[in-house]
Structure formats: structure tokens, C-alpha cells
Design a protein around this ligand. Structure first.
Ligand code: NDP
Ligand code: TDO
Length: 293
């Protein structure tokens, strides 16, 4: 595998892929304004014009709260747009790796979600991502849908950076403790995507296609994650910040988020031998990089 086309030029996952690509693997990153998922013509023309061995669709409308006030935009990008990418991947006969989210589930199960559990998104973002999954499955057989969750990294906008920014001016921050999930470092996602893409190019086994869950190992609430971020920041010499554990009801947001976002990664490990590192180790690494001594 020599050339991977990736959508989402400025995103966390694409920035991570560019950083982690081994020598000899070229990342062809496509982004706005020249590549817009909401334009079928642009998607087809751009992907046709790059010679590639695989496509990673990591571009998406990711503003969970804003999606509530512009659900049509989210649906056009994450639903129809994913379909355009799938249509082109099928035409070009290259494997497609598509990223989806824990927010396709309603969060009412009392165990980590498996791939065949019934989705039931609680918000516009989750609904648009679920539509994207349907478009991918219907239009491109040679595809993998990787549901990940709670993504952070040294790049772009994310929860780790938000906490560190708020911590600069406050000594206590209220963070919800009744939503649990799996924090996932985009750099770990990039390593896994590279291994999965390599395998898909070489192996046509249908059991390697379909939906897989792929998150950091172990579970946390957002409050647990914030605690880990501020502990790591303290080790980098920053002043302590207390995390006040609050309930979802105490932190009203336009979008309703699932209480249980945990994803079971057993299928990915069994099929590909791929497992992401423990979430706490990866949070520590990210904070140490963002806040050098
Ligand atoms: N972030 C998270 O917590 C999670 C993300 N995911 C999924 O993982 C994938 C990657 O996420 P992540 O890297 O965090 O995303 P980011 O939010 O960091 O980046 C999103 C990227 O998509 C691009 N984009 C947005 N709209 C369009 C459009 N209409 N046409 C082309 N590009 C567009 C943005 O470009 P621009 O700079 O132009 O806006 C940006 O480059 C997405 O599919 C997301 O749904 C899944 C679970 C959790
Ligand atoms: C900033 C802040 C957030 N919160 C809460 C709100 C929310 O329940 C939770 C996370 O908030 P955020 O808005 O940062 O995260 P959010 O945008 O919900 O993150 C989601 O993004 C999309 C793209 C996904 O696919 C999901 O997997 C998930 O990562 O933390 C607090 O309790 N206190 C705070 O100070």
C-alpha cells in the first residue's frame, strides 16, 4: 500500500494519519474549499483524480450541539456525503475505511455496545452519522465502518484542549460524571487505521468488512477524563484544578448525549489483532505533549 486518500484535511484523525504514516506511505489529504462532502461532483472528481490504494473518510460535521439547529447540513455532509465517497470507492475498486461514532446509540444498555446492537441516536449528529453508515453499507461492499468515541489529540478542537484552556483561569470545573465512554487518542486511531488499511488491500476476506468498534481501552466518565487531564497537567508543573462531579441535568446542552457510550472492541481484536492502548496512558501522553515542562 503506497497511497491513501484521506478526507478532512484539518481534522484530528487526518492530522494524526499524516504524522503517523510510515515512510513509503503517502497521505493524499482532501479538504475544503476544493473538496466538500456536500457536493457529489467535487467528491467524485477529487477522488477520481488521485491515484490511491485505499480511502479513509474522516471528514465529517462534528459539532454535536450545533447540529441540533442545522440538522439538514449535518445530514447532507455526514449522510449523503458519506454516500458519495462510498460510491466513488466502489467505482475505483479500492477499500474504504469510514469513521462513525458511539453517538449512534441511545446509551440505555447496561453494558458496552456491540456492533450488532440496535442503534438509536438521541441527536441530529448521531442520526446523520447513522445515515452515513447506511449509505456506506449500501454503496460499497469493500468497506469498513469503524465506530470510535470521545476523540482527542494534540490537533484541532477537543475535550482535552477545552479542559486545559478552562483550567488556565479557573481552579474548579464542573464536569458530568454520569456519562461514561471510552476516551480515544486520534494518534492511536491513526496507527490502527494504517494497520487495517494495509490488511484490507491484501486480504479480500468478507469477515474483515462491515462494522467494527475501535476505542481507547477502559472506560471513564467525562469527569474521570477531566481528572486524568488535570493530574497529568500537574505533573507538567501546572497549578491544580479541582473537578466537581456534576450530573447531566446540571450541564444543559442543546443535544442529548448517551449516558452509556461504551463500545465493545472484541470484534476488532479478534478479526484484525488490533487493540488500542489504555485510555489513561494516551491521555497522559497527549497532555505531556501539549504542555511541555
Ligand atoms: N471528534 C470526536 O470526538 C469523534 C469523531 N468521530 C468521527 O471520526 C471522524 C474524524 O473526526 P475528527 O478527526 O475528530 O474530526 P474534526 O472535527 O477534527 O475534523 C472534521 C474535519 O471534517 C472537515 N469537514 C467538515 N465538513 C466538511 C465538508 N462539508 N466537506 C469536507 N470536509 C468537511 C473539517 O474541515 P474544515 O476545517 O473545513 O471544517 C475537518 O477537517 C469523523 O467522521 C467523526 O464523525 C467519531 C467519534 C468521536
Ligand atoms: C466543556 C464542558 C463539557 N462538559 C460535558 C458536556 C458533555 O456531556 C461532555 C463532552 O462535551 P464535548 O462537547 O466536549 O464533547 P462532544 O461534542 O459531546 O463529544 C462528542 O463529539 C462527537 C463528534 C462524537 O462523535 C462523540 O464520540 C463525542 O466525542 O462534557 C462538562 O460537563 N463541563 C464542561 O466544562
Amino acid at each position: 500500500m503506497k497511497r491513501i486518500a484521506v478526507t478532512g484535511l484539518t481534522g484530528q484523525v487526518v492530522s494524526s494519519l499524516i504524522e503517523r504514516a510510515p515512510r513509503g506511505v503517502e497521505m493524499l489529504a482532501l479538504g475544503r474549499p476544493r473538496f466538500d462532502l456536500s457536493s457529489r461532483d467535487m467528491v467524485l472528481a477529487s477522488l477520481r483524480s488521485v491515484r490511491c490504494d485505499a480511502i479513509v473518510n474522516a471528514a465529517a460535521y462534528t459539532q454535536v450541539d450545533k447540529a441540533e439547529s442545522e440538522p439538514d447540513v449535518a445530514m447532507r455532509v455526514n449522510g449523503a456525503g458519506a454516500g458519495f465517497v462510498a460510491e466513488t470507492a466502489a467505482e475505483l475498486k479500492v477499500p474504504l475505511l469510514h469513521l462513525s461514532t458511539d453517538y449512534v446509540f441511545d446509551g440505555t444498555l447496561d453494558r458496552p455496545y456491540r456492533e450488532d446492537d440496535e442503534p438509536g441516536p438521541t441527536g441530529a449528529y448521531g442520526r446523520s452519522k447513522l445515515e452515513g453508515e447506511k449509505q456506506i453499507a449500501a454503496r460499497c461492499e469493500n468497506s469498513v465502518i469503524l465506530r470510535t468515541a470521545w476523540v482527542y489529540s494534540p490537533f484541532g478542537a477537543n475535550f482535552v484542549k477545552t479542559m486545559l484552556r478552562l483550567g488556565e483561569t479557573r481552579d474548579e470545573i464542573g464536569v458530568v460524571a454520569d456519562q461514561i465512554g471510552n476516551p480515544t487518542n486520534a494518534l492511536d486511531i491513526a496507527d490502527a487505521l494504517l494497520a487495517i488499511a494495509e490488511r484490507l488491500v491484501d486480504d479480500s476476506d468478507p469477515r474483515l468488512r462491515g462494522v467494527f468498534h475501535m476505542t481507547g481501552r477502559g472506560e471513564a466518565s467525562w469527569a474521570d477524563m477531566a481528572d486524568a487531564i488535570f493530574s497529568a497537567a500537574e505533573r507538567q508543573g501546572r497549578t491544580p484544578v479541582r473537578v466537581k462531579r456534576i450530573r447531566t441535568a446540571d450541564y444543559p446542552t442543546p443535544a442529548r448525549r448517551p449516558a452509556n457510550s461504551r463500545l465493545d472492541n472484541a470484534k476488532l481484536e479478534a478479526s484484525y489483532g488490533v487493540a488500542l492502548p489504555k485510555w489513561r496512558d494516551s491521555v497522559n501522553a497527549c497532555v505531556a505533549r501539549l504542555l511541555p515542562h
